[in-house]
Design a protein around this ligand. Structure first.
Ligand SMILES: [Zn+2]
Ligand SMILES: [Zn+2]
Length: 179
């Protein structure tokens, strides 16, 4: 018997609760050995079940959104199976979309990120005049050989560059960054 990833996702919570028949169980075990994606779903689902069992599930995995949080609270009454099935579907969708890392970074990509950039480059004197390329992500000391797109440069104060979300060039700004 061969099972597909979709079948594994549908049955994974039953599998963890020991409620699949021996044939399916063996087929799924075989599948997990060869499929990293489903192994990740298995681990994720096991975590969810543990959280659920501990009744600490609202310290939700993966930094889920407030909206999801509300849905979880609404779903606490209906059958556990429905909830788990839903979680597995969500986990699978995330995996299909390119892995947990992607989900995590999109969940956590707050607007504050730019500020963090600025803080991390605080060794750069704020009044230093630097150049930025319009399409670039870094700012440079004028004349830095690593400036790309030399056609569209602006010269601004480092403070402004940081406020606009540019990060210091690691080559020409090295002496400030190591300070
Ligand atoms: Zn699979
Ligand atoms: Zn540079």
């Amino acid at each position: 018997m061969v099972v597909t990833c979709e079948e594994v996702w549908r049955e994974v919570s039953n599998y963890l609760e020991g409620e699949v028949d021996p044939t399916l169980r063996a087929a799924m075990e075989e599948h997990f050995r060869g499929c990293k994606r489903c192994t990740a779903v298995l681990d994720g689902t096991r975590n969810v079940i543990q959280l659920y069992g501990d009744e600490r599930m609202f310290e939700v995995p993966l930094g889920f959104s407030h909206r999801l949080h509300r849905r979880l609270e609404e779903n606490i009454v209906p059958a556990r199976r429905t909830f788990l099935g839903w979680m597995v579907a969500a986990a699978a969708a995330v995996l299909v979309a390119g892995g947990f890392e992607v989900a995590r970074s999109s969940v956590f990509s707050h607007p504050e990120l730019r500020t963090e950039h600025a803080e991390s480059s605080s060794g750069v004197p704020p009044d230093l005049m630097v150049v930025v390329a319009t399409d670039g992500k870094t700012f440079h000391i004028p004349g830095c050989p690593f400036i790309h797109d030399k056609a569209r440069l602006r010269t601004i104060a480092a403070r402004e560059a940081m406020q606009e979300g540019y990060a210091p060039c690691v080559r020409c700004m090295r002496k400030y960054l190591n300070a």
